[in-house]
Write a protein that binds this ligand. Sequence first.
Ligand code: FEO
Ligand code: CA
Ligand code: CA
Ligand code: CA
Length: 629
Amino acid sequence: MKKTDIVDLSWDDFDEMRDPRVDTNGFDAVVDRAVSRRGFLGGALAFGSGAAVMGTGLFSSTTAAKADGHMKFAFKPIDIATDDLIHVPTGYESNVLVRWGDALWSDAKDAFTHENGVAVEMSDKVFGENTDGMELFEVDGKQLITVNSEYVNPKVNLPAEAEGMPRTADEVQLLKNLQGVTVMEIAPAAQGFAVVVDSKYNRRITHETEMLIAGPLAGSDLVKTNADPEGKTVKGTMNNCGSGRTLWDTYLTCEENFNGYFGATSEHEATAGEVRYGIGGEGRYAYEKFDPRYDLSQEPNEPNRHGFVTEINPADPTSTPIKRSALGRFKHENAEMVHAADGRVVVYMGDDERGEYLYKYVSTNTWAMGTSPEGILDDGTLYAAKFNDDLTGEWLALTPETTGMSMAEILCFTRMAASAVGATTMDRPEWVASNPLKVEAYCALTNNKNRGVKPNAGGDDTSVDAVNPRETNNYGQIVRWTPDDESHAADTFAWDLYVMAGNPDVYDNAYAGSDNVNAGNMFNSPDGMAFSSDGMLWIQTDGDYSNEGEFEGMGNNQMLVGDPETGEIARFMTVPYGAEVTGLCWSADKKTGFVGVQHPAGTWPDMGEGNKPRSSVVAFWRTDGATIG
Ligand code: FEO
Ligand code: CA
Ligand code: CA
Ligand code: CA
């Protein structure tokens, strides 16, 4: 992947690089050489059992989408792009809603300059960087958008630091303030929407905001620290990746690569739990040198207090966010909440790491509109998915009986609990999306270079199987499942692959992708996903944008729309070079959509020599004013 000077590593690339896992680096280098473009194109790579699995009915897409053929979509699919702009189909327009450094309160209107980035003293009064998951809520006739800022790019934020590493407490404070979650009121404007500056609803939630830990892990010895001897209060939600919304209209923010914020200032021997979660070594932003909370040698339990789904009430800017420990601790991508047929509440969740698992939570009690959700996300059962090669699957309960672990251990070291029950190691589960018109759900399995190459961090086997059918999987696939008994609470399901991404111009084997992939719609690394109310699946990519070699013809990252019935997939949007497209939500009238543009590489959106790229939320709409969501 080409990187310009200004673009730092994506967090995921960084995490992979720093990860202190056993037998990684040397072996990785050998494998990377083995699958270098030349070797790969030359057919030197074995395909594992993937090739054998092809054509056995895994794919239910019966209609191959033709690049120039008829499609059901309400737009003409667009071509790939390799430039620094956003492209949408004819008949649509887009405009930036808010950029990294834009003021949420009027006293911060001059906080950002291209020369210096954001001024530290105003850094908790502006929109954060590297936007990701988001949701829109209607409160008292206002539209509030809640947006994650997953991480910061230290090189653009700290222009004084050539290495991008903070060297002062102020610099650390700046980075802490520009991550987390933003709640802001937005209103229709001449071109799309605009932020309502100084709205009473505007709020920044950062790495320093006070919050509670709820559920069975609260009060456990595993989460007690010097600052919190009770194990019930914690500061900050971090690496806020994907999102979710509750049935009672609160926001769920998902803590993904929390491990990278912690480091040790003196000798610290990693525990098995730390190794499984990639905790150890040096923190990415040197927090531990300025704040003992992030120093493993002083506060070894602090990382146990992160890696959760955190609930935020956007309607009340004074409300305390709550970490829902019952939903488990792992690298949470998003949280897709659905209502089971019997009234119980189900939350589907991916753990985005190579060879980790897909989970679901089922509440013990039922919930109905108009009743209190008290306890619904604190008392329930966590399950990990097992995908059988015969296209059936089961949810394996994570309990003291099935795992041999205490409830607190299950919720703190959830990955180890899933390993104990023999769940299926997956190709990096990213977002889960449920179809509003049908009892079914989809998960983007973004890619997994380690599939069939080496075990996960817990030593679990990652050989190819029917649901992860390609060795060294550089393209990714989307799995979907239909719960038995038409209930998301059911223990069993049937599954298939909705799409296997690939490149039919380069390959004529499993790496060409499934039959709904063609030269006109190809993509790699599906990541964000959400349904619109008409039952169409919007698919966002976070992949290789080099447009070279095995990725040639795919261009910049993109957003596509998939038809669950026919399998057809059409390209709707391309984002600037270097960026990934993240998060999707809709205005109250469903006439405007919002997506995030994370880590652009050029100077988008303030195009011009010497300008910094600014991660932004973008609005898009149809020029004829029709609904699109
Ligand atoms: Fe933050 Fe797995 O994406
Ligand atoms: Ca990302
Ligand atoms: Ca993602
Ligand atoms: Ca990703």
